[in-house]
Design a protein around this ligand. Structure first.
Ligand SMILES: Nc1nc2c(c(=O)[nH]1)N[C@H]1C(S)=C(S)[C@@H](COP(=O)(O)OP(=O)(O)OC[C@H]3O[C@@H](n4cnc5c(=O)[nH]c(N)nc54)[C@H](O)[C@@H]3O)O[C@H]1N2
Ligand SMILES: Nc1nc2c(c(=O)[nH]1)N[C@H]1C(S)=C(S)[C@@H](COP(=O)(O)OP(=O)(O)OC[C@H]3O[C@@H](n4cnc5c(=O)[nH]c(N)nc54)[C@H](O)[C@@H]3O)O[C@H]1N2
Ligand code: SF4
Ligand SMILES: [Mo]
Length: 715
């Protein structure tokens, strides 16, 4: 029996439509779906690897328990009971905050997992919640909250209509776009240029994306905020900013102008490494080019001034008038709108509580990951003694991962919901593996909120599940029901509560159906009214096109008077810190990260077809920096930072700017138990042994992953 199953790739934001040929219950071929309304046939090498991930013999297929003699398989019922017993026991003994929970990046593309995770967090009741956002998008979420009144009012470039695109700290040619779900980056960037538009990039590395741009400028790590203040100053100094239109649209224009006037491009040039003339020319071009936007991503977020920089990017787009209008930065209108749900579950606030030891603030319910280890190590009431991880690998993804690993080894109990034993999950007492991505339905609940075009698609599972297996939603809600029952009452009463909660839980697809029907294109449950339902969406296997982005107005700018807030005090109060940094002496070498098209964070390194070829883990450094240290290409080098040191191989290249070294994250798998056999054989080291958990971004406490001072010497 051969059949073609259409699905959507869940690996990154690009939402590529894939066509799987399935013969006798096994995938034989994977190709891009040309009829997919969003991706139009595009795919990258990782998409077809979904099949290898599914077939990977190292992928766990049943729960494991750690014993003195090593890992042993255990039945689902026993595993879930034990996990619930031990988590509930810690909560009863030490209070809910004594169990911490970390949910990782793949959750963002797993609607059942994301919904189930919320259920488990609610059952645990802990305020020690962590996720990848403090390594990633917090600055963007915070800017949306502060300026537009809602953390989910995320702006994306209307890329198919922009006339000029200035990118900072993004490498879409490798990442395939982030908080800019677009699919087929190359065609879309080329499209800008073919329409006569221009693409400009600021990045400390001349990346794959630089090759797709008209201009690339080296920018010193961490200096985006300074550059942007200079750019704003230059914009206002042209005298061509439409001040009347700005005041109608936003509050604080005059104050922003006064602030930026203190940072002319000439003043910040020494710290950014960008010539003032370039900044002044770009300012003029941004105002003379119709539909000119700034787009920034993780390179701009993950540094000491990333929160300020991200705010200033939004400011520039509002000041130039390229905000919430075609060809500018716009707000998608997803068919299943999670906005109302998120406002209830996560809230639109920050700083409602703080971490116990260092006092860092929560944002939308989560604390900065940089405090995880200290919360586990520091004795006293509220000390974390239990830990749950779901789809995450914080030992490889958060600053000073080795310290976290040491803290994990001393916990009373840890349980991980994951497909693999990795350097994080190997510390768990129980590992609970869900079915593979091909064995579950897919709906890109989050990605449509950052997509450059409004579309909707639902994918049924490609393959039947193994009998007796559970998906993430089932594991998480089972655990939630059992923990909630035990917390409510011991014995029979508790078990009744568990049974009641289990019976009441909706199927995640039913939640999608409700969101679709209540959403902006939905039938709102009115019989006969022509609108979207899950059944309709499901019948359109290539997806449904809902049209280009449209101005959102007050649906997305949710401030009291509908105007954008340009000058929230939380930002302006942090300016003195930035100012001191601008004038301070620079470290000789700073570290930045590096993503590669064939790799995905920490967890695709076990797929042979993706990791073959040249070593991608080397430390890149500039020829002049190499010469000064007597390092030649291929040498073993020692990289030393405050938090730790690693040894790796050097690659000497002028693709990185002087004073900057680059290493990818997500390697160092052999620090685990070697269960991911291909990944462990790869070598590579954990770059987050160098990043520092003790120094964080000053407003939100976000991790500083780029611009970390290091020394490099021959090993
Ligand atoms: N193939 C692949 N795709 C991915 C991922 C992956 O690991 N592999 N990860 C996914 C995830 S989780 C995310 S969040 C996205 C990220 O998506 P992007 O943000 O597009 O990805 P990066 O490649 O990290 O791009 C960041 C760029 O910022 C530069 N940079 C570093 N420091 C600074 C700085 O201080 N200022 C400026 N202006 N630039 C700086 C880096 O050199 C790098 O080129 O990618 C997603 N897609
Ligand atoms: N130095 C440095 N550090 C970084 C970054 C950087 O640029 N530089 N980038 C940061 C960013 S942007 C991010 S998003 C984080 C990512 O970091 P994390 O979110 O902590 O981890 P990942 O590396 O994405 O690992 C995901 C884990 O989830 C598992 N998994 C995959 N799919 C599923 C699933 O469907 N269900 C379950 N239960 N498990 C699944 C995988 O096996 C893997 O173990 O890393 C951050 N860390
Ligand atoms: S670009 Fe992203 S969504 Fe598309 S195939 Fe590659 S990993 Fe999957
Ligand atoms: Mo990320």
């Amino acid at each position: 029996m051969s059949a073609v199953q259409y699905h959507t790739c869940n690996l990154c934001d690009a939402m590529c439509g894939l066509a799987f040929t399935v013969v006798d219950g096994a995938v034989t071929t994977v190709r891009g779906d040309e009829r997919d309304v969003f991706s139009r046939g595009h795919l990258c090498p990782k998409g077809p690897a979904l099949r290898e991930l599914h077939e990977d013999p190292d992928r766990l297929r049943q729960p494991l328990r750690r014993t003195a003699k090593g890992w042993e398989p255990v039945g689902w019922e026993e595993a879930l009971e034990e996990a619930a017993d031990r988590l509930a026991a810690i909560v009863r003994r030490d209070g809910p905050d004594a169990v911490a929970a970390y949910g990782g990046n793949p959750m963002a593309n797993n609607h059942g997992g994301a919904l189930g995770w919320q259920a488990l967090l609610a059952a645990l009741g802990t305020r020690n919640r962590f996720d990848a956002n403090s390594q990633d998008s917090n600055p963007k979420i915070f800017a949306a909250m502060q300026m537009y009144g809602d953390g989910l009012s995320i702006t994306v470039p209307d890329i198919d209509r922009v006339g000029m695109l200035v990118m900072l700290g993004a490498n879409p040619a490798a990442s395939m776009g982030s908080t800019m779900a677009l699919g087929d980056v190359r065609t879309r960037l080329r499209g800008v240029r073919e329409r006569g538009g221009r693409v400009v990039l600021f990045d400390p590395r001349r990346t794959e994306s630089a090759a797709l741009c008209d201009e690339h400028h080296f920018l010193r790590p961490g200096s985006d905020a300074a550059l942007l203040l200079g750019l704003l100053c230059a914009l206002f100094e042209t005298g061509r900013v439409d001040v009347t239109a700005l005041d109608a649209r936003a509050r604080g224009g005059a104050a922003l102008r006064a602030l930026s006037a203190r940072f002319p491009p000439e003043r910040v040039a020494a710290c950014t490494g960008v010539d003032a003339a370039v900044v002044r020319r770009l300012a003029a071009e941004l105002l003379s080019t119709p539909r000119a936007v700034l787009y920034a991503r993780v390179g701009t977020c993950q540094n000491e001034h990333g929160v300020l920089a991200t705010w200033l990017v939004e400011c520039v787009n509002v000041v130039t008038g390229n905000f919430d209008r075609p060809g500018g930065m716009m707000f998608p209108r997803p068919a299943a709108d999670i906005g109302p749900l998120a406002r209830v579950l996560l809230g639109n606030q920050w700083g409602r509580h703080r971490s116990r030891v260092r006092g860092l603030p929560e944002l939308a319910g989560s604390l900065p990951s940089a405090v995880m280890a200290e919360e586990m190590e520091t004795p006293g009431p509220g000390q974390v003694r239990g830990f749950v991880t779901f789809a995450g690998n914080p030992v490889l993804s958060t600053p000073n991962g080795p310290r976290l690993a040491r803290a994990l080894a001393k916990l009373d109990f840890m349980v991980s919901i994951d497909h693999y034993l990795n350097p994080t999950t190997c510390h768990a007492h129980l590992v609970l593996p869900p079915v593979s991505a091909l064995e579950r339905s897919h709906f890109a609940l989050l990605m449509h909120t950052v997509a450059v075009r409004n579309t909707v698609k639902y994918s049924a599972p490609v393959l039947d599940r193994e009998p007796g297996s559970l998906d993430d939603y089932e594991i998480l809600t089972e655990l939630a029901a059992r923990v909630a029952g035990r917390r409510a009452s011991a014995g029979f009463a508790g078990r009744s509560i568990t049974r009641g909660l289990r019976a009441a839980r909706p199927h995640p697809d039913a939640i999608i159906d409700a969101l679709l029907r209540l959403g902006p294109y939905g039938d709102r449950y009115v019989p006969g009214r022509d609108g979207l339902t899950l059944a309709k969406v499901r019948a359109a296997v290539h997806g449904i096109d809902l049209g280009e982005l449209e101005p959102a107005g007050r649906a997305k700018v949710r401030t009291p008077d509908g105007r954008v807030e340009l000058m929230p005090t939380v930002y302006t109060e942090a300016i003195p810190h930035l100012e001191r940094w601008i004038d301070a002496p620079r470290p000789a070498l700073v570290l930045i990260g590096r993503r590669h098209l064939r790799s995905l964070n920490s967890w695709m390194h076990n797929v042979s077809s993706l990791v073959k070829g040249r070593d991608r883990t080397a430390l890149w450094l500039h020829p002049d920096d190499a010469l000064e240290r007597g390092v030649v290409d291929g040498d073993r080098v020692r990289v030393v930072a405050r938090a730790g040191r690693v040894e790796t191989r050097a690659r000497v290249t002028d693709e990185v700017m002087r004073g900057v070294v680059s290493m990818p994250h997500g390697y160092g798998q052999s620090a685990g138990d070697g269960i991911e056999r291909v990944a462990s054989a790869l070598g590579g080291v954990n770059v987050n042994a160098l990043t520092d958990e003790s120094v964080v971004e000053p407003i939100l406490g976000d991790s500083i992953l780029n611009g970390v001072p290091v020394a490099v010497e021959r090993a």
